[in-house]
Design a protein around this ligand. Structure first.
Ligand code: FAD
Length: 108
């Protein structure tokens, strides 16, 4: 099986980078395609127990993908990543800073 940590770091880089380049005002079609992408991604993720927990997390109240704007999508992805951080006993990331980390760069 793939290295779950290396796979995770690479995957989060891809996922947060996608939210960083997501339109501020996405068309209804893109929003629909984005939901499909996340749904399919959660089925194809090549760590079966990670994929299974990620799908279960998305089904819980309030955790359905939010894709109506870059800000919403970026915040949602940060919350999804934090759910895994909590599961693994890692520190939660401050989601007010997702854009600084993944799009504009740190100010200091
Ligand atoms: P990562 O968690 O990979 O984070 C990389 C960088 O992202 C960090 O250095 C930080 O700068 C930034 N970051 C951290 N948190 C956030 C956040 N909330 N929002 C924005 N940026 C942030 N591993 C398992 O062992 N078990 C699992 O069940 C599991 N499920 C996963 C499910 C998914 C969908 C994905 C993509 C990964 C999963 N992983 C899982 C992998 C795990 O999340 C980590 O990627 C891996 O443990 C390596 O962690 P890391 O400490 O190097 O940093």
């Amino acid at each position: 099986p793939p290295d779950v940590e290396q796979l995770g770091r690479s995957s989060w880089t891809l996922l947060h980078s996608i939210t960083a380049s997501y339109p501020v005002s996405p068309s209804p079609q893109l929003q629909s395609e984005t939901k499909t992408f996340i749904h399919t991604f959660s089925k194809l993720y090549p760590c079966w127990y990670c994929a299974s927990d990620f799908q279960a997390w998305m089904k819980a109240d309030g955790n359905a993908p939010r894709v109506s704007s870059r800000d919403e999508f970026g915040s949602w992805m940060c919350e999804a990543h934090n759910a895994v951080n909590v599961k693994l006993g890692k520190k939660e990331f401050d989601c007010g800073k997702w854009e600084e980390r993944w799009r504009t760069g740190w100010k200091d």
